[in-house]
Design a protein around this ligand. Structure first.
Ligand SMILES: [Zn+2]
Ligand SMILES: [Zn+2]
Length: 366
């Protein structure tokens, strides 16, 4: 027998031993009843029986769903069912709030999950967090950190962003057949986690983070910084009603290399395709955000899975930031600021302003 075959047979024996052990263990745990009849259904039968024995009811009028004509689900959240269009219409005033919350939570899980699973984008997000919390400057960094990242849905086309804000003549933004604007995820803010978000104490967060690491048997070096990032979708509700927030908690490990990159502070290079000019952008929270946001903007084929149709409420967020009245309301100030500040820092918005100026000049000449 060659060494490979020997290894395989040893492995098989090991597996067999393991199976025997399990069999032995389970055979010691038997419970019987004198009247039992041992005919368990198959999983398929159980599923079918469950379907037959339960029925949906119309959310509005409680009519039972007939077997042959399934009720239609709410197109927004897919979790409320109605017997008729009339019932859905009548229920909307009540369903509206929970529908939006359900939709947003689904979006957050889908888009936030894709963002943190993208190794490149996530490493730059970690860099932004290091800079925002000053972990690179701290000679004895904390063993645990918490950070808050706000995600924004914006039109994927910068011109549509301008149109939505009403800055480009009377032209409306481009909409698809369903009347929706094509949108994409952008990073809105990267900050320390405020303590009024209803997520429990730092100790609670640390405990929850450790549970996730244990479940995934994650090992980390002693010089790493372990932390928890809370992702929320840019939503006024999050700020005007502090508790609790619909957030996505992301347990994170920041290794010494990332801290080193932050300390070296090499600038980003911004290349203008029209002229080939290279501009330097300093290593800063806003540059890291711009790097991620630009990478998503350029992902036209949606390889990152960070594109989505915009919800009406998300359109309104952007529309509102353009109006002066918006600034007056204190609770919304943070939300307003996070779009406005990015518009001042990120090159794409500067390009939009230039483009607009150019358009206006042409119009006045014509
Ligand atoms: Zn009904
Ligand atoms: Zn709904």
């Amino acid at each position: 027998m060659d060494s490979f075959a020997q290894m395989m047979s040893a492995l098989n024996e090991l597996e067999l031993e393991e199976k025997k052990r399990k069999l032995k263990l389970s055979s010691t745990l038997i419970m019987k009843h004198p009247r039992e009849s041992m005919d368990h259904q198959s999983p398929k039968e159980i599923k079918k029986a469950a379907k037959d024995s339960t029925r949906r009811t119309c959310v509005r009028c409680c009519t039972l769903e007939p077997k042959d004509v399934p009720f239609k689900a709410c197109g927004g959240c897919h979790s409320a069912f109605y017997c008729s269009k009339e019932c859905q219409k009548l229920d909307w005033a009540y369903h509206k709030r929970s529908c939006l919350t359900a939709q947003k939570q689904r979006r957050l899980e889908k888009l936030g999950g894709a963002l943190v699973s993208n190794r490149t984008l996530f490493s730059y997000l970690n860099l932004a967090i290091i800079l925002s919390l000053g972990l690179h400057k701290n000679p004895s960094p904390p063993s645990f950190f918490t950070a808050h990242v706000t995600l924004v849905i914006e039109p994927e086309d910068i011109i549509d962003f301008g149109r939505l804000q009403g800055q480009i003549g009377d032209e409306p933004p481009t909409r698809n057949a369903a009347g929706k604007i094509k949108g994409m995820l952008q990073i809105g803010t990267v900050t320390p986690l405020p303590d009024n978000m209803g997520l429990g104490s730092e100790e609670d967060l640390r405990r929850r983070t450790e549970v996730v690491f244990q479940e995934n048997s994650t090992k980390y070096a002693p010089d790493c910084i372990v932390g928890s990032i809370v992702l929320t979708l840019f939503d006024l509700g999050n700020f005007s009603q502090p508790n609790p927030v619909n957030g996505l908690q992301v347990p994170t490990i920041i290794d010494a290399d990332m801290i080193l990159i932050a300390r070296m502070a090499e600038p980003f290079h911004l290349i203008l395709p029209s002229t080939g000019e290279v501009h330097e952008k300093p290593m800063a929270v806003f540059s890291c955000m711009e790097y991620i946001n630009m990478a998503i903007r350029q992902d036209h084929n949606n390889r990152f899975l960070l594109r989505t149709e915009m919800l009406k409420s998300e359109e309104k967020n952007i529309l509102d930031t353009a109006s002066a009245a918006y600034r007056k309301e204190d609770v919304q100030e943070f939300a307003w600021m996070c779009i406005r500040r990015r518009m001042e820092c990120e090159s794409v918005y500067q390009a939009l302003r230039m483009w607009k100026k150019d358009q206006n000049r042409r119009q006045s000449l014509a």
